[in-house]
Design a protein around this ligand. Structure first.
Ligand SMILES: NC(=O)CC[C@H](N)C(=O)O
Length: 190
């Protein structure tokens, strides 16, 4: 599979490596032609407001929204989760996202940068070491959303149709379970 990683800001290099480590072909996505060439897309961790801003400047904002609604499999980690959420609380005024996931996320829900932490959690029935950096959590989920992990009594990994999102950063650890879940459970057959 050709797997794109939105490469405007954030930790896209780590996701590109995880894609390659899973045996797929990684593609840096900065143009519409690159977006159109991929079978799946990853939105990295970083700063959600900056990523939306840059996506608008690179004329990728509407094309990404259209790809999501046409069923492109998309996985977002941390800022990427915020970018997939239909509703954001504690964001900047009128903060935009690409949307598609019927969830409300709270930005910086676990606290400030200094409150970043690591924790072992259950992801889809298996133990996983998770890194949270100024992470959001999910405050509300719509009826079509499946919760795959929780931390501090809030969903931190969710899935709906072609979309997967985690509050944490599996691209920063060696464990490829979340990437593999995305490729095997969501991308396969689409
Ligand atoms: N590690 C991250 O991706 C942090 C997300 C960042 N706090 C935001 O709101 O966009």
């Amino acid at each position: 599979m050709k797997v794109g990683v939105l490469a405007l800001q954030g930790d896209f290099r780590e996701h590109l490596k995880a894609v390659a480590d899973c045996g797929h072909a990684p593609v840096d996505v900065r143009r519409v032609s690159e977006l159109e060439s991929v079978d799946a897309l990853i939105l990295p961790g970083g700063e959600s407001t900056t990523i939306v801003h840059l996506a608008q400047n690179f004329d990728l904002y509407q094309p990404i929204r259209d790809s999501i609604s046409k069923g492109l499999p998309v996985y977002g980690s941390c800022a990427g989760m915020i970018l997939l959420a239909d509703r954001i609380v504690d964001g900047i005024k009128d903060q935009k996202s690409f949307g598609g996931l019927d969830i409300t996320v709270r930005r910086n829900a676990f606290g400030r940068q200094v409150d970043s932490f690591e924790s072992d959690l259950n992801f889809n029935g298996k133990s996983l070491h998770a890194v949270f950096i100024r992470a959001p959590w999910v405050e509300e989920v719509g009826p079509g959303v499946e919760v795959l992990s929780t931390a501090a009594d809030h969903p931190v990994a969710v899935r709906q149709g072609n979309l997967l999102a985690t509050s944490f950063h599996p691209e920063l650890t060696e464990d490829l379970a979340v990437h593999r879940y995305f490729f095997e459970e969501i991308c396969k057959g689409r």
